[in-house]
Structure formats: structure tokens, C-alpha cells
Design a protein around this ligand. Structure first.
Ligand SMILES: Nc1nc2c(c(=O)[nH]1)N[C@H]1C(S)=C(S)[C@@H](COP(=O)(O)OP(=O)(O)OC[C@H]3O[C@@H](n4cnc5c(N)ncnc54)[C@H](O)[C@@H]3O)O[C@H]1N2
Ligand code: MOO
Ligand SMILES: [Mg+2]
Length: 434
């Protein structure tokens, strides 16, 4: 059997004639095929990390009753007008309102209700005075009945320690827009409004497999000339971080027909297929041929970037196929720049791309290149400003520094490199978010 079993007649020459397109053009070419998925309902406790499928409006004002902000006494503020240490005022305590209970007694001038933080304030009261600012007095009235009073020695203004209805939200206010990622604050809002079945977008099912005759499964002992398949697991994690549901398929050897049938089978059950390896121009790099088959429309097979210049994308049966580089660094970057936005778009997310900001370069970066570089970097916040340090090893083939990277530093094509202290654009990596 020929050593070149992976390539097809005429396919190899094609492989060398690649047109490198800009990153933004490559990203734009993908998005039309990333269509919004349908809505499903999940329990609130399982909504973390999902994307909202519907706008959520406030079904009631929040808070929906006037509540006390302190443990103290609900009073009618005019009763304290003109009072001072020399001229204290005494109010009779006529009610006791724990949290969760309603007032029992109608307050009139000269009376007060003992009230706890978070309890409903009687309608007649317009202020709460905290315990510490009062003195409790027990004495008998004219009928020799034991009575409780409080002594107040300063004026209390209207509204003191009282949270009005709707302070945070009015009835019908838009609270959470569809497309929003559900995190801690969103969960709190949903719980507050009793939304226990949360409308979320179905997660895209993303099949992932590696190609490469050198690959061992992670359980296998090492063999000379072979390596363990780390990319599949790295990608599965990236898929999860991006909001997709990864389906790990067995790696295959470098064989075009095998890869074709594997991709076809994967599309029968999944929304996206991601492969890694065989994306370049080597004798056994089969993906270039795979994406030029009859039933596949290639979107691009070279991008003006490093690492990941060989990143390839195609459409089959209306679904996206990403053939990422086998080199771990290029595979990682290829995912973040191209697969992530596709997943995010299918989720209806408002943030398709990695968030961007600027930071000062902590150390000169001297590599020059005609393509934009996406260099792994670590943020440093000491001295009160954000500095970013490029990883010591940032070659496409290097795996080890991925774990230490917070951002990708964007180094535009340059002939001089970038000096320390210059401001650079950085793309924030997810680092374990779900
Ligand atoms: N003559 C040329 N050679 C290369 C070019 C080129 O333009 N002309 N491009 C280089 C660039 S850039 C990259 S990036 C790599 C891309 O390689 P492939 O996508 O074809 O990937 P492989 O050849 O299959 O493997 C490359 C490298 O990665 C290791 N690998 C593969 N799969 C995995 C995996 N699942 N887990 C961990 N590591 C994996 C593999 O063993 C190789 O070491 O091509 C350059 N060459
Ligand atoms: O695709 Mo390669 O990673 O540019 O080095
Ligand atoms: Mg190769």
C-alpha cells in the first residue's frame, strides 16, 4: 500500500495553493452557518452557565412591600419633630413585627411598632429608628397596666431606614435580556422572581475527534515516536467553556476515507464537528482533501494568523466543520477564534468573541511575522496597573504554557517586534468559566 494513502490524486497540489484570509474575514464567513438553536427549560439549580432564550421582565416590583432596613421601631416621623436630649419624646410600643409577619395594629401619633430588618413596615409609619438610638422604658399607665415605651432624643427624617416598594425594579421592568450568560447575579434575580424553570438555549452538540497515526489514548503507556492525544481533551474542555456539549469520539489514524465516514457519522448526531490534526500540507494531512469533497463547501483553509495559520473550516449539510491544526498551541487558538464564536452565535449570545481590552506589555516581544500573532500571555496586576507578559514558550507546537495563560496578546504584523511598555490589545481567555 502506498505511503500516501491519505491524499487523493490532484489533491496535494491544491494543498500548497492556499489563500490566507484575514482573521476577521474568516470569522465572518463562519457566522451565517451558526444558527440559533431552540429553547428548552431547565431547573434553576441547573441554569448556571446557560444562555437565556427569552427576555425576563419583573413579574412584580422588587421589593414588593415597604420593608425595614434595620432592627428597631417603626414610627411616624413627625412625632420626633423638635425632640432632643433635653426634650426627648416618648412613644408607646403597640406592636411587634417579626420578619415575614404583617403589622397587627394601626399606628397613630404617639405610638411605635417594634420591627425587625426585612419586615413589612406598617402603612402609617414613615421611618424606622434603630434600637441603638432608643431607650426602652417600662411603666404603668393611668389604669395601672404595664406598658412599654421608647424614648427618642433626636429628630428622625421621613424615609429613614425604610426601603420603598420597587426600589430595585418596577413591575414589568426588563431584568435580563435574552442572550445573556447566566451567572451568579442572574441566578439570584431568577430565584427572587420565582423563575424556577428557566428558558435557555439548547447547548450545541459538538463532536470532537483527533486524527493522527501517532496518537495514543490517554490510558496507554508511552511508545517511542508516539504521543498521547491531549488535544481531544483540551478541546472538549474548551467546548464546555464556550457553552457547548462536547462528544468525544475515538481518534483515527491518518486515513482520508476513514475521516470522511467519521465526519459524516458525526454530523448525523451533532451540530458541529471539530477535528484536530492533518490540517497542513504534509503527506498524511488529509483534512485539506476532506473539505474539498463533493458534499463539502470549504470556507477557508489558511488564515493570516499564527499560530493556527492552517485552521480550516467547511460546511457540510448546512453544519460547520472545523479542522484545527494538530499542533496544540494552534489548535487552542483556532478554537478560541473560530469555534467559540460559532457556539456562542448558536446560543444567541450577546458576546460572540473573546472580550478585548488593552494592557501594557511587560516584556519586549521580538518575533517578527507577516501574520498577526496571538501570543499566550499572563496578566500581572501588581503596582496597580495591568501588565501582560508573553509566555516564554509560545510556539505552535508548545502545549505547556497554555495552562498559565489568561489572555492572547494580539501582535499585529511587524518588522520590529513590540517594545516593553507599549500598549497591546489582549483577548481574555475563559479560564474555567462555565
Ligand atoms: N511544509 C509545511 N509544513 C508545515 C506547514 C506548512 O505550511 N508547510 N504548516 C505548519 C504549521 S503552521 C502547523 S500549525 C502544523 C499543522 O499541522 P497539522 O494540522 O497538519 O497537524 P499534524 O501534522 O497532524 O500534527 C502536528 C503536530 O501536532 C501533534 N498532534 C497532532 N494531533 C495531536 C493531538 N490530538 N494531541 C496532541 N498533539 C497532537 C502531532 O503529533 C504533531 O507533532 O504543520 C506545520 N507544518
Ligand atoms: O498553523 Mo501554524 O500554528 O501557524 O504554526
Ligand atoms: Mg501535518
Amino acid at each position: 500500500m502506498s505511503n500516501l494513502a491519505g491524499s487523493e490524486a490532484g489533491g496535494k497540489a491544491e494543498k500548497f495553493r492556499r489563500q490566507a484570509i484575514e482573521v476577521s474575514a474568516a470569522q465572518a464567513s463562519i457566522l451565517p452557518y451558526a444558527r440559533l438553536l431552540d429553547c428548552e427549560r431547565v431547573l434553576l439549580a441547573e441554569a448556571q452557565g446557560r444562555t437565556l432564550a427569552e427576555n425576563i421582565t419583573a413579574p412584580h416590583p422588587y421589593p414588593h412591600f415597604r420593608r425595614s432596613g434595620m432592627d428597631g421601631f417603626a414610627i411616624i416621623s413627625t412625632d420626633t419633630k423638635g425632640c432632643s436630649s433635653e426634650q426627648p419624646v416618648e412613644l408607646e410600643v403597640v406592636d411587634e413585627i417579626p420578619c415575614g409577619s404583617l403589622p397587627n395594629v394601626k399606628l397613630v401619633s404617639g405610638t411605635a411598632a417594634r420591627i425587625m430588618t426585612g419586615a413589612k413596615v406598617p402603612d402609617e409609619a414613615d421611618a424606622v429608628i434603630m434600637f441603638e438610638m432608643t431607650k426602652e422604658i417600662h411603666k404603668k399607665d393611668a389604669n395601672h397596666q404595664k406598658k412599654k415605651y421608647i424614648e427618642i432624643r433626636r429628630e428622625i427624617e421621613v424615609g429613614k431606614n425604610l426601603t420603598p416598594v420597587g426600589l430595585e425594579l418596577a413591575l414589568g421592568d426588563l431584568i435580563l435580556e435574552k442572550g445573556r450568560h447566566i451567572g451568579t447575579g442572574e441566578i439570584s434575580v431568577l430565584a427572587t422572581f420565582g423563575i424556577h424553570q428557566v428558558p435557555v438555549v439548547r447547548r450545541p452538540r459538538v463532536a470532537v475527534f483527533s486524527t493522527g497515526s501517532e496518537l495514543l489514548s490517554v490510558e496507554e503507556p508511552l511508545q517511542d515516536g508516539k504521543i498521547r492525544n491531549s488535544n481531544t481533551y483540551m478541546l472538549a474542555n474548551q467546548i464546555r467553556e464556550a457553552g457547548g456539549e462536547p462528544y468525544i469520539l475515538h481518534a483515527i489514524e491518518d486515513n482520508l476515507e476513514l475521516a470522511r465516514s467519521k465526519v459524516a457519522a458525526a454530523f448525523a448526531q451533532h451540530d458541529i464537528v471539530v477535528t484536530t490534526g492533518g490540517a497542513s500540507v504534509g503527506d498524511f494531512d488529509i483534512m485539506a482533501d476532506l473539505v474539498t469533497g463533493n458534499d463539502v463547501q470549504m470556507l477557508f483553509n489558511k488564515v493570516q494568523m499564527r499560530p493556527g495559520s492552517v485552521t480550516t473550516a467547511a460546511v457540510k449539510d448546512g453544519k460547520l466543520l472545523f479542522a484545527l491544526s494538530g499542533n496544540p498551541g494552534a489548535c487552542f487558538v483556532g478554537f478560541e477564534l473560530f469555534v467559540r464564536p460559532a457556539i456562542q452565535k448558536m446560543l444567541g449570545s450577546s458576546q460572540l468573541f473573546l472580550p478585548e481590552f488593552s494592557a501594557s506589555l511587560g516584556k519586549a516581544y521580538s518575533k517578527v511575522n507577516s501574520f498577526t500573532r496571538f501570543v499566550r500571555g499572563r496578566l500581572d496586576y501588581s503596582d496597580g496597573r495591568v501588565m501582560v507578559y508573553p509566555a516564554q514558550l509560545d510556539e505552535s507546537s508548545v502545549m505547556i504554557t497554555i495552562k498559565d495563560s489568561d489572555v492572547l496578546i494580539v501582535i499585529p504584523p511587524t518588522t520590529t517586534g513590540v517594545h516593553a511598555g507599549e500598549m497591546v490589545k489582549v483577548l481574555k481567555l475563559p479560564r474555567g468559566t462555565t
